[in-house]
Design a protein around this ligand. Structure first.
Ligand code: OSB
Ligand code: MG
Length: 384
């Protein structure tokens, strides 16, 4: 495959309205914020990535300002002027920047897109080629939908009915102490047969084991990240005390974290977010570990805009991804998104992998400019 030379890296802090915000145990963001990354090659090809950082350091430690700072002053300079034989060369160049995985993913994602476009390939086919035989795309990603913390159980049941009516095959409910057992029981009673799961975003501690065991008879597909974001060991202590399979999200920031979690019995399902683990190179290694260990795997989301959503759909279409993903249709998040065409839910609860080269969706430049202006208008803090 053709190598690429990085000539420039451009950063776009953006703000766009959500169709509806997602309330989690760590709060709710008033609008979608991110730093979009454009890599320009010596051949004049643009590749797009997204550092899907949030306004507040609630889910992870990064914010729009840290993402922008790290990308501008520490990551971009390590790539500008370099020739890369493959996008998997990026981590070696940026490894002296510790942590800051969302920022790293934004830059690496832009390189993957530029590389795929240079080689006139779809991003998903570059992933498949890196994985080798038996990992061709299924051409679609199996998806579910995530429902935030609501004012009442009744309201939640209404939203679930709407989502099931739209064709989503799996429902994920955000929970927190005081909004958990009663809610899950009511939903299970109303919908005995649906694929149902809960996501606590680290809202509990090991002392809540017996409380969480009250969910045992609800046939949950999984409970996502019940304990602290650093508590791999404690999840290993919790799993034998509850029947619901534990899915880890926040805890798994690298392939090494996954190896440790497997070793201590802390994980039965993985939510892999390419953004959380620092990019697709690390994601591919994690994917291989899941396949080797027959660990059920799905792709999570950070309420990404179109470029990163497209890349996630591509990754989620790989055959080692075995459960419905947190990648819903565009109209669930933004109207309009920054890219075209939108992702539309198919009758079999899937999204189709775009056919165009690279990520396969086009950045709408005018919408991007407006979103940058929106960031500067609404920014809760300076970037520099
Ligand atoms: O915990 O999975 C999470 C969104 C932002 C931050 C954290 C999480 C989420 C989601 C996204 O749950 C769900 C979706 O894409 O609909
Ligand atoms: Mg989660």
């Amino acid at each position: 495959m053709k190598s690429i030379t990085i000539q420039d890296v451009r950063l776009y802090p953006i703000a766009i309205p959500y169709v509806e915000p997602l309330r989690t145990s760590f709060g709710e963001e008033p609008f979608k914020a991110a730093v979009l990354v454009e890599v320009i090659t010596a051949d004049g090809i643009s590749g797009w990535g997204e550092a899907s950082v949030e306004i507040a350091p609630g889910y992870g430690s990064e914010t729009v300002a840290t993402g922008y700072h790290i990308l501008r002053h520490w990551l971009a300079p390590k790539l500008i002027g370099k020739t890369l034989n493959h996008p998997t060369d990026v981590p070696a160049l940026t490894k002296l920047v510790r942590g800051n995985r969302h920022a790293k993913h934004g830059l690496e994602g832009a390189v993957w897109d530029a590389f795929a476009k240079t080689n006139e390939m779809r991003l998903v086919d570059v992933f498949s080629a890196a994985l080798g035989e038996d990992h061709a795309s299924r051409e679609k990603a199996w998806v579910g939908v995530s429902i935030g913390i609501q004012p009442s159980i009744e309201k939640t049941l209404d939203i679930i009915n709407k989502r099931l009516g739209q064709g989503y095959a799996r429902i994920k409910l955000k929970i927190q102490p005081g909004w958990d057992v009663e809610l899950a029981r009511a939903v299970r009673q109303a919908h005995p047969g649906i694929m149902l799961m809960l996501d606590a975003n680290s809202a509990y501690s090991l002392a809540d084991s017996e409380h969480l065991a009250q969910l045992d008879d609800l046939d949950l597909l999984m409970i996502e990240q019940p304990l602290g974001d650093e508590d791999i060991y404690e999840h290993g202590q919790l799993q034998p005390r509850i029947k619901s399979p534990i899915c880890l999200d926040e805890c798994i920031k690298s392939a090494n974290d996954l190896r440790i979690a497997l070793q201590v019995g802390a994980i039965k399902v993985l939510n892999l977010k390419p953004a959380r683990v620092g990019g697709f190179t690390e994601s591919l290694e994690i994917y291989r570990i899941c396949v080797e260990n027959q660990l059920p795997l799905w792709i999570g989301g950070m309420l990404e805009t179109g470029v990163a959503r497209a890349a996630n759909v591509a990754f989620a279409s790989l055959p080692g991804v075995t459960l419905p993903c947190d990648i819903s249709a565009t109209d669930r998040y933004f109207n309009p998104d920054l890219t075209e065409p939108p992702f539309v839910l198919q009758p079999d609860s899937t999204l189709l992998v775009p056919q165009g080269i690279g990520v396969g969706v086009d950045m709408e430049k005018e919408r991007l400019e407006a979103a940058v202006a929106q960031w500067h208008e609404r920014a809760p803090y300076p970037l520099g």
